[in-house]
Design a protein around this ligand. Structure first.
Ligand SMILES: NC(=O)CC[C@H](N)C(=O)O
Length: 359
């Protein structure tokens, strides 16, 4: 049988069944999602992480490309109680090591007690515990991946929906999920996707009705280019953000962010809208949060479990951001109206500009 070892920061090593061979290191996190494994595994926000599924059976409805959020698997390694052959074949073909037949409750308990932590894994015919420990030794803290955007962003600008006659959106790709782009296209927007470190002048050249900062991996303070874009555009152009995007907007407008102990990852995170009193169920995947929104932003939605900010509005600026994933892949779809709201903000801006100047 193929050997498999998972070494956690602090020295706890677990032995499991090797499913896809290789060695890997990354920050180990867990998701409680019981569905949506294809979406999670192709979400660029998981770059440099090792993903543990707390739900015991992963892969029970196959693997279909139409459900992918990006062209490749992003977590460095995968851990579950039981992985089906379909998922194992997919991970093996992508060179992503996978381990099952271990007690994932033990890992989840360790992460809940110790926080998201460094991890090394080793899977193969002859691997030993020392191989996993050697990976752990070389593992960097998430915030030390200072140029993580380069691993997940487009290299050159790309335009989607050039013939759409709706709003013009400049989407800053910090590791965008594909369904953010399709949610905008379905609403007739033209989406100019820019690299995570795009110049202000390049974005200005498309005269966007909306600056949209995507989700993405790692620490928001490492996305200096996107922070600058928000600072430069916010006075004249509406700004939207999802997940990392919300954190970047807060950093840009005088607020601050911090790392959470183990974050929120799952598909049933309850969010309370402070104005309406309504609670919605959301998909989430984040390890950082807005600590202080600063004086230009107000918190409009909070997480029911721990009161962390889930939705933010601009006070004097047109800003709307969400910490969760309103594009709702894999679901639930309670929050899709976010895209209508941000495009309405963009449309107002477009109408204002369309009014001919008095002369
Ligand atoms: N999904 C995301 O955009 C994640 C944002 C950020 N990397 C975090 O972990 O908090």
């Amino acid at each position: 049988m193929t050997e498999a070892y998972v070494a956690l920061e602090g020295g706890h090593v677990l032995e499991g069944r090797g499913r896809a061979a290789g060695t890997a290191r990354g920050e180990i996190v867990f998701t409680t999602a019981y569905t949506g494994y294809e979406e999670s595994l192709t979400d660029p926000s998981y770059e440099e992480q090792i993903l543990t599924f707390s739900y015991p059976l992963i892969g029970n409805y196959g693997v279909r490309e139409e459900r992918f959020e990006d062209g490749r698997v992003h977590p460095r390694g995968v851990v579950a109680k039981e992985l089906t052959e379909d998922v194992v074949d997919w991970l093996a073909s992508e060179g992503v090591p996978a381990v099952d037949h271990l007690d994932t409750r033990e890992i989840v308990t360790d992460i809940r007690d110790g926080g998201a932590m460094k991890c090394g894994i080793a899977v193969g015919e002859d691997v030993t515990e020392e191989d996993a420990l050697a990976e752990l030794e070389q593992c960097k803290a998430m915030s030390d991946h200072t140029d993580i955007g380069a691993q997940v962003s487009v290299d050159e600008p790309v335009v989607h929906g050039p013939d759409n006659d709706g709003e013009t959106v400049a989407l800053i790709d910090c590791g965008a999920k594909g369904s953010i782009i399709s949610s905008l296209l379905e609403r007739n927007a033209t989406v100019h996707v820019f690299p995570y470190d795009a110049d202000v002048a390049d974005v200005e050249a498309v005269d966007p009705d909306l600056l949209f900062i995507s989700n993405g991996p790692g620490d928001p303070v490492n996305f200096e280019g996107a922070i600058t874009l928000v600072e430069e555009f916010v006075e004249d152009t509406p700004v939207a953000g999802i997940c990392l995007g919300q954190q970047i907007v807060a950093e840009a407008l005088g607020g601050s962010t911090e790392k959470m102990t183990f974050g929120h990852r799952g598909v049933n995170q309850p969010v309370l809208d402070l104005e309406s009193g309504q609670v919605v169920m959301t998909t989430q995947n984040h390890g950082y949060t807005v600590a202080d929104p600063g004086e230009h932003l107000e918190i409009t939605q909070i997480n029911v479990n721990d009161d962390t900010p889930e939705g933010i509005d601009g006070i004097e600026y047109d800003v709307l951001t969400r910490q969760y994933h309103p594009e709702a892949n894999p679901g639930p779809e309670d929050t899709l109206d976010f895209f209508d709201d941000v495009l309405a903000m963009a449309s107002e801006r477009a109408d204002t500009r369309a009014v001919p100047a008095d002369d």
